[in-house]
Design a protein. Sequence first.
Length: 61
Amino acid sequence: MGLGDKIGNKAQEATGKAKEAAGKLTDNERLQAEGHADQAAAKAKQAGENVKDAVKDAFDK
């Protein structure tokens, strides 16, 4: 995964935070849940990339 993927994940996380905040402001539970799900998906992808980077670093030594 490259830098673009990492930036995309951060963007997805930020979008999720915005959706969740908008849902709270408008008392829209569906939008809050959608925002929370977006954040969780982005964090899971980031964790996977961190593992991949660690494995790559271990083999590059």
